[in-house]
Write a new protein. Structure first.
Length: 140
């Protein structure tokens, strides 16, 4: 994993309605768990989706990767960690999901988001200045 500028962890308890017929969390719900951690990370820098929209940018996810090592089960407490590892041209956030009690890693993955100008729909090839401001780093 790359060195993270910011990291956040959230706890999720696997609800019954997230289970598939095999009695494990359905694979698509892990994306939801990633999103919960991503929103907590974006809240930490005061640049979650409402602030993005207000600044004139959308940040769609353009790439998603998930690697499943162990299944999550009903009522299991999960720790979902999100690490911001790239921000200059895109937002790349890496995730790890661990069993809270044992610390055993269950899943890892990453998402990539790019800035899109809200008024034109044009993709930005460099992250906008507002992101650098929110992160407290200088644009290179």
């Amino acid at each position: 994993m790359n060195k993270a500028l910011i990291s956040v962890s959230v706890e999720v308890i696997v609800p019954f309605h997230d289970l598939d017929p095999m009695d494990v969390a359905w694979h698509g719900h892990y994306v939801k768990y990633f999103e919960l951690a991503r929103c907590a990370l974006l809240d930490r820098i005061d640049y979650n989706y409402p602030q993005m929209r207000a600044s004139g940018y959308a940040w769609p996810v353009i790439d998603l990767h998930v690697r499943y090592a162990q299944p999550a089960r009903f009522n299991q407490r999960l720790t979902v960690r999100a690490d911001l590892v790239e921000w200059e041209q895109r937002l790349k956030i890496q995730y790890q999901i661990h069993d809270t009690e044992s610390g055993r890693r269950l899943t890892k993955g990453h998402t990539v988001q790019v800035a899109v100008q809200g008024d034109t729909g044009e993709m930005c090839f460099v992250s906008p200045a507002i992101l650098f401001e929110k992160l407290g780093v200088k644009a290179e």
